[in-house]
Design a binder for this molecule. Structure first.
Ligand SMILES: *Cc1c(COP(=O)(O)O)cnc(C)c1O
Length: 396
């Protein structure tokens, strides 16, 4: 690993500060990491819900929003939920994840990915990432499964823990696509259900196809800091009509359709998105094309500014991915521990609310009983990644 001269830290900090000034210096300080942007009919549609009284989870906006998501992503079915975490929980339930199972998830992700696994009573199994995608590394995954994967009666078991490995959740980090082709192949070979946590990748395409179309199901998030927002919200995507029906059923207290009787045939959840949230989502989806175009333009400007700065690299989309650049990312060369926090503090003091990547999942106290492969790439990169302000409105 290159050992950069940290004597020049002050110079490097100044150069990075100047790069941010050149790209987003005109924005009102502090410049947050990712703020919502409303430039369409959000107010009009939300007011329509209030006036009509259709604020809760039956109403035309929920259906419209689902149709817009399905049209935009190309997934046959979209089921809107109250947030992205419960969309992912639903994905895991319909994949058949049961108490005591294991689910492979990336070590570098937002905690919701691991939480959804826990909500099923299952154990996470943390996978390392690939430095070119920041998402699960297919080659390390395969090597790991060769070592621990034991296929019995058409199901995969972990030789070391004895648990069934029921599913794998791939997460498209910061909006960039994981390398799906080899991951799909590995999951097929090892009889593991593939789920995509596409919370960060609305508007990102892998080899021309929208993310969320590669597994059995996928989850999206419309939290306030995501590419589009509904306040809080999420959705499950699938191309399988039976899965879509089951997911919708479970998300609506598993109530059987009837004009007046309340009969529920299993323990369900109250996970449906309310109409008033979907109304805001419809207005946001009307502008999604422009949102993604502006985010890509912002990324281009950052890339140009950082190209000339030694010791730091702007993270660019892999060549098979057309990314939404949800969060722009720089990676500091060499061993940046210590230096990274100085840089973050000084940029934040200057009004740029940059932040490091999430703490790795395997370090969190409530996940200590989970298992994992060798995680050296995640550990190395976690110390060196910095996310930059990426809101849609930062470019015209
Ligand atoms: C945002 C996000 C989610 C879902 O979060 P909610 O706040 O529940 O909508 C899930 N996974 C990842 C990776 C996310 O970034």
């Amino acid at each position: 690993m290159e050992n950069i001269d940290h004597r020049n830290n002050i110079d490097m900090q100044a150069e990075i500060f100047k790069a941010l000034d050149n790209v987003i210096g005109k924005a009102k300080k502090p410049v947050q990491l990712h703020e919502p942007f409303f430039n369409g009919r959000e107010e009009e549609y939300a007011a329509d819900c209030v006036r009509s009284g259709w604020v809760s989870y039956s109403g035309k906006y929920v259906e419209n929003f689902e149709k817009m998501l399905s049209d935009f992503t190309g997934a046959k079915f979209a089921i809107a939920t109250v947030n992205g975490t419960c969309a992912l929980h639903l994905c895991l339930i319909v994949a058949g994840v049961k108490e005591g199972d294991e689910v492979i998830v990336p070590d570098l992700t937002f905690v919701a990915t691991a939480n959804a696994v826990r909500h099923c009573g299952a154990f996470a199994n943390f996978a390392d990432i690939d430095p070119t995608t920041l998402s699960i590394s297919p080659s390390k995954l395969l090597a790991y499964l060769v070592e621990i994967g034991d296929i019995r009666h058409g199901e995969c078991f972990n030789r070391k823990t004895g648990r069934r490995i029921k599913a794998l959740v791939v997460m498209h980090t910061f909006g960039h696509c994981a390398d799906m082709d080899p991951i799909i192949e590995i999951c097929e070979k090892y009889k593991i259900e593939l789920v995509e946590d596409a919370a960060q990748s609305l508007g990102s395409f892998y080899r021309g196809r929208h993310t969320g179309n590669f597994g059995k199901t996928a989850s999206l998030s419309f939290n306030g800091n995501k590419t589009i927002t509904t306040g809080g919200g999420g959705a499950l995507l699938t191309n399988d009509p039976a899965i879509a029906n089951l997911a919708k059923h479970i998300s609506t207290t598993a109530k059987e359709a009837h004009p007046f009787e309340f009969f529920h045939d299993m323990t369900g959840y109250n996970y449906r998105m309310p109409n008033v949230n979907a109304a805001i989502g419809c207005a946001q989806m009307e502008n999604i094309g422009g949102f993604v175009a502006r985010k890509r333009l912002l990324a281009e400007k950052y890339a140009k500014e950082f190209a000339g700065i030694k010791g730091v690299r702007f993270f660019a989309e892999p060549d098979y991915c057309k990314s939404n650049y949800w969060l722009n990312t720089i990676i500091i060369d060499g061993n940046a521990s210590g230096f990274r926090d100085d840089l973050i503090l000084s940029l934040r003091k200057g009004g740029y609310m940059v932040r490091p990547a999430w703490q790795l999942m395997h370090t969190l106290p409530m996940l200590q009983d989970c298992t994992r492969m060798d995680l050296r790439v995640s550990k190395d990169l976690q110390n060196r990644i910095i996310n930059l302000p990426s809101s849609v409105f930062l470019t015209e």
